[in-house]
Design a protein around this ligand. Structure first.
Ligand SMILES: NC(=O)C1=CN([C@@H]2O[C@H](COP(=O)(O)OP(=O)(O)OC[C@H]3O[C@@H](n4cnc5c(N)ncnc54)[C@H](OP(=O)(O)O)[C@@H]3O)[C@@H](O)[C@H]2O)C=CC1
Ligand SMILES: O=CC(=O)O
Length: 291
């Protein structure tokens, strides 16, 4: 199966490698074109623009940072929509809001193409291991045709119905994750400031009812102040912002998420945007120190 792949950041690169490893022919594009080189070493071809990739491939996948990147790659000059036509499929796996997906979807269906939004749950390691959870919505025909690709990138693919439902599900999940990361950071700081061992806290958490892979995966690095990015904090804050907007639309009060969003904003202002989202721990440490 020949596919196009647009966006070779932390996630896109790992997802693309899995496609190549599993026998897919892949044509890649990235805004910073030099990032294509490593994929080429593993057998990928390069497309000079998103339009060139679309022209060549029946199916094209995108994994981009945020709504403005998703819209630019679709609508700008040399973008995806220039080459969209009957029978072609576009699958946007970026985390965006439902409105962004709908804007892209409407134009694609007018041109006779197929569109799926398919954001993923799971970070750099699950992407490398082909263990993502795929949250797709849109054209069911395209979903069925994309299953061979989804099966090498993920461990489970959900089809959630109409466009927007994949984006909304992803935002709900990440809203919970961002709030949990804040509570976890506060717990780590509280343990330390009250004279407890943070490592012992991690051991206790792992054995109890609130044990979670996220605490196990992030905790040891956090207490070493290691925030090498797997999920960049700026993207987590974008997800909190978009989830809060979804809350506004639906009149859902979310004070916990709103407070968590403020912490992520603070972390960005302190220069942690490109660090892992667990770096929110640094803001809790800094501002939580009142003695
Ligand atoms: N990292 C993670 O753990 C997870 C991330 N996600 C989501 O997946 C998406 C990608 O995340 P991730 O790979 O971590 O992010 P990165 O920041 O590593 O990569 C972002 C990608 O988007 C491209 N990009 C940004 N702006 C533009 C633009 N205006 N035009 C064209 N391309 C653009 C970048 O290109 P360039 O290289 O030129 O900068 C890069 O390829 C995000 O929506 C994120 O929220 C979802 C699940 C997990
Ligand atoms: O979006 C991030 C993730 O870990 O999922």
């Amino acid at each position: 199966m020949e596919v196009g792949f647009l966006g070779l950041g932390i996630m896109g690169k790992a997802m693309c490698m899995n496609l190549l490893r599993n026998g897919f022919k892949v044509t890649v594009w990235n805004r910073t074109l030099s990032k294509c080189e490593e994929l080429v070493e593993h057998g990928a071809s390069i497309g000079e623009t998103p339009a060139a990739v679309m022209k060549k491939c029946k199916y094209t996948i995108a994994m981009l940072s945020d709504p403005s990147a998703a819209l630019a790659v679709a609508f700008d000059k040399d973008g995806v929509l220039e080459q969209m036509c009957t029978g072609k499929g576009y699958i946007d796996m970026s985390t965006v809001d439902a409105d962004t997906s709908k804007k892209i979807s409407e134009v694609i269906s007018k041109k006779g193409g197929y569109f799926l939004e398919a954001p993923v749950s799971g970070s750099k390691k699950p992407a490398e291991d082909g263990q993502l959870v795929i949250l797709a919505a849109g054209d069911k025909v395209l979903f069925d045709e994309a299953i061979p690709a989804f099966n090498v990138m993920g461990k489970k693919s959900f089809f959630l119905g109409q466009i927007g439902n994949g984006a909304k599900m992803k935002l709900v999940v990440n809203m919970i994750m961002g709030s949990m990361m804040n509570a976890f950071s506060e717990g780590l700081v509280l343990a330390d400031r009250s004279g407890l061992s943070q490592q012992t806290l991690l051991d206790v958490l792992e054995l109890g009812a609130i044990a979670t892979p996220m605490f196990k995966m992030k905790g040891p690095a956090m207490i070493q102040n290691n925030f090498t990015p797997a999920f960049p904090l700026k993207h987590q804050q974008k997800d909190m912002r978009l989830a809060l907007a979804l809350g506004d639309e639906n009149a859902v009060s979310m004070p916990v998420a709103a407070a968590a969003n403020e912490e992520f904003k603070k972390a960005r202002s302190m220069g942690f945007g490109d660090h892992d989202f667990s770096a929110v721990y640094e803001t809790v440490k800094t501002y939580g120190h009142s003695k």
